[in-house]
Design a protein around this ligand. Structure first.
Ligand code: PHE
Length: 342
């Protein structure tokens, strides 16, 4: 035995690379097994001169420690590799990930569309970025008419002669449907709309509507009243009553604002209906002949009705949501409350 043998063996150990656990075991046997190289050196150590024992003893012990550490290190690395790169305890229970829930606005939108589809209405959708024609002009808003201001329109290019705007109502989709399709027409138009309003508990600059349109021969105000009554009874319960108040929209004549009997207090008066017993839910009316003509429909042959409601408002009344902002903040503490509603 000499120092050079020990030094060479140390280098060999340090540089050794293992690819699999079996290589590590092979190394252990080769070094520390019964006939291993280090074991042999220890045997030789017994024979050497007493004055050399001290020095060689120290080197041999160091070598043995280095070998043992190397074997442990290689084994650790390969075990990690086999188990997937970290020291994960695979016996621990897994993390629970909640499934998402349907958004209350989606739930109510589907419910509204479902009811109208039973009445024979098809669903029509259209662009959110619109031109003046489909949002205003075809709907009988004369240029400079103050009703255009009432709608708090977002303009994309306010100075252009033909402005591009974000639609303020989905009535624009009704115009597109009339342009495309000959009567009879029976459609509901769900969608997102935009109005430049300060955000508060009762108003938001983005909200959702479902508007409806029915055009055929001899459609009357009685048909409108019946359609709305059937709808609210399905939506809010069979005892729900409606009340129509005269109103104004450029695209309908006559126009009405529709209230339902308060579904919270049953019409007796509570803080939701502010003691009146009635809750406003939509605007409606008979389609103005000018609107039919603008889309190429003969107003002498056909008549129709239209209505429009805010989905947020309907959902608020259904679930007593007291702040519109909840719908847009995506706070799961709010959203999760709807997880059992299908
Ligand atoms: N378009 C109207 C609004 O956005 C609602 C409405 C639709 C009123 C159809 C009457 C008829 O406020």
């Amino acid at each position: 035995m000499n120092k050079i043998d020990i030094e060479n063996l140390r280098k060999k150990i340090e540089e050794y690379k293992a690819e699999k656990l079996a290589d590590v075991e092979e190394l252990r046997v080769k070094l520390l097994g019964k006939k291993g190289e280090i074991t042999k050196l220890f045997e030789e150590f017994r024979e050497i001169l007493p004055e050399q024992k001290r020095e060689f003893g120290k080197h041999l012990n160091e070598l043995k420690t280095i070998a043992a550490e190397k074997i442990e290190q290689l084994r650790g690395e390969l075990v990690d590799f086999v188990e997937g790169g970290d020291k994960t305890d695979l016996t621990l229970p897994g993390d629970f990930h909640n499934l998402g829930t349907r958004h209350p606005i989606s739930i109510v939108r589907e419910e509204i569309l479902d009811i109208f589809s039973k009445f024979g209405y098809a669903v029509a959708e259209g662009p959110e970025i619109e031109d003046d024609w489909h949002v205003f002009t075809a709907l009988n808003f004369p240029p400079e008419h103050p009703a255009r201001d009432m709608q708090d329109t977002f303009f994309i290019n306010p100075d252009a002669s033909d402005p591009i705007i974000l639609r303020t109502h989905t009535s624009s989709v009704q115009v597109r449907t009339m342009e495309r399709q000959k009567p009879p027409i029976r459609v509901v138009c769900p969608g997102r709309v935009f109005r430049n309003e300060a955000i508060s508990a009762r108003a938001h600059c983005i909200f959702h509507q479902v508007e409806g349109l029915y055009i055929d021969k001899n459609v009357s105000f009685a048909d409108l009243k019946q359609a709305i009554l059937l709808f609210v009874q399905q939506m809010f319960g069979p005892d729900t009553k409606i009340r129509m108040r005269p109103s104004y929209f450029p695209f309908t004549e006559p126009s009405t604002e529709v209230d339902i009997s308060c579904n919270i207090c049953g019409g007796k008066g509570c803080n939701i209906c502010k003691g009146t017993g009635w809750l406003e839910i939509m605007g409606a009316g008979m389609v103005d002949p000018n609107v039919l003509e603008a889309s190429g429909i003969d107003s002498k042959e056909y008549s129709g009705f239209a209505f429009g409601m805010g989905i947020e408002r309907i959902a608020m009344l259904k679930w007593l949501v007291n702040d519109l902002r909840h719908y847009f903040e995506n706070d799961t503490r709010f959203l999760w409350q709807f997880h059992s509603v299908v």
